[in-house]
Design a protein around this ligand. Structure first.
Ligand code: ATP
Ligand code: FE
Length: 394
């Protein structure tokens, strides 16, 4: 069996061909990240236009690298939910044209289900297992009981951790920092946090009085913003205003200790250490919150008999899962509870075509949701994953 997977739910146009042994025959991806970094966030019509410009090339490239013709495919699998309406629409419209023309079965894919099952392409993980998905758009804890059978234990009640890290990074103008101008916000925070002292600022623990597995990151975001504003006031300068108009050259100039001291009246290196300390404190607070909530979910799974050791597994995926500090925090939790911790490789943690094709294979094998008629298929910008039992978790 050979499945072509197509992903356009957010800002990546991606495709891949995967076979039923999990072999990746070929893949291609066009990231819109650089365009969106410039505008300070995704503008849906811009994302739509970029998907339109790239989808055909990405699919053709994937087939070419795979050495597969459309006729040889067993099915086409495409993300139809959840995501940005304008982005999902491009992938769906293109896929429907393909399946109609080549008379192929169509497999509509839930983006979060695909993230959750990616690990099974890499490791032999049997159901059930616990999954933590932490990304720019999501933060959920689910038990995967089967290909299309999930229990939702908790999710963010406001923004996702990647979104929060991106917002703080923008407020600190890290996207203009010469060391990290090509990185995502989360990656930039991780990079600078390595040089910072996490104990210098206290961001607090969210949802302390909610003994469940839900998450909240907007309070941490406000606290970080307050600290940054306070710092700006104390110094009598507006750092981020300076950074905002800061070309990489100017940034380097500002960092030269002597010039910095003269031009801003600050102590040597102060500007930089304040930023790195904030990055470290933010990263620490996010890691701690994620680890504590995951710990509670693990204890719930053990207590309720949903999962039992020693073969119980926690899978962590999504863009934020590539953060080594957060991973170490989760490793401490899994070591203490005798769980295995598994993460797909970083390129399969962020959005990609492979996970969509693989989900197609899993669904074909399970005989679930393989459509031979495409009548009435729609994309769904909002879609939850699994049965919500979050109120029972405490
Ligand atoms: P979703 O998959 O939920 O629709 P998305 O496409 O934005 O959302 P991903 O591509 O999985 O999510 O991940 C992107 C997010 O991951 C961004 O918010 C980015 O800042 C964050 N991220 C990437 N690398 C790191 C890192 N090393 N540490 C922390 N966060 C990171
Ligand atoms: Fe994603």
């Amino acid at each position: 069996k050979l499945v072509l997977g197509i992903e356009t739910s957010c800002d990546d146009t991606a495709a891949a061909v995967v076979d039923d042994t999990g072999k990746i025959l070929g893949e291609a991806l066009h990231s819109q990240n650089e365009v969106h970094l410039k505008t300070g966030g995704i503008i849906p019509p811009v994302a739509q236009q970029l998907h339109r410009e790239n989808i055909e090339r990405i699919v053709k490239e994937t087939l070419c690298v795979s050495g597969i013709s459309l006729k040889e495919l067993s099915a086409v699998a495409t993300t139809v939910k959840p995501g940005l309406a304008l982005s999902l629409g491009v992938g769906l419209e293109y896929s429907l044209k393909l399946v109609d023309k080549y008379k192929k079965p169509f497999i509509p894919i839930h983006h979060m289900e695909a993230h959750a099952l990616t690990i099974r392409l890499i490791n032999q993980v049997e159901f059930p297992f616990l999954v933590l998905l932490i990304s720019g758009g999501h933060c959920i804890l689910v038990v995967a009981q089967g290909v299309s059978d999930f229990l939702l234990l908790g999710q963010s009640v406001d923004i996702a951790p990647g979104d929060m890290l991106d917002k703080v990074a923008r407020r600190l103008s890290l996207t203009k920092h010469p060391e990290c101008c090509r990185m995502s916000g989360g990656k930039a925070i991780e990079h600078l946090a390595q040089q910072g002292n996490r104990l210098h600022y206290e961001l607090g623990a969210p949802m302390r009085h909610h003994p469940n597995c839900n998450f909240s990151f907007s309070g941490l975001h406000s606290n970080a913003t307050r600290i940054i504003m306070q710092k700006e006031k104390e110094e009598g300068i507006f750092q981020s205003k300076i950074y905002t108009n800061c070309t990489p050259d100017l940034w380097l100039y500002l960092q030269k200790p002597l010039l910095l001291t003269i031009s801003l009246g600050l102590q040597e290196g102060h500007l930089l250490s304040c930023v790195t300390d904030i990055a470290a404190a933010v990263q620490h607070a996010v890691a701690l919150h994620i680890a504590q909530r995951t710990h509670r979910a693990i204890l719930f799974c053990i207590k309720s008999g949903i999962l039992s050791q020693p073969n119980a597994t926690l899978v962590v995926s999504g863009g934020v899962a590539s953060n080594q500090y957060i991973r170490r925090a989760l490793q401490i939790v899994t070591d203490a509870t005798n769980f295995n911790l598994l993460c797909p490789p970083p390129r399969l943690c962020t959005d990609n075509g492979v996970m969509i094709a693989w989900n197609g294979i899993e669904r074909m094998r399970a005989g679930l949701g393989v459509l031979h008629s495409t009548d009435g298929i729609r994309y769904e910008p909002k879609a939850s994953l699994g049965i919500d039992i979050s109120e029972q978790v405490g």
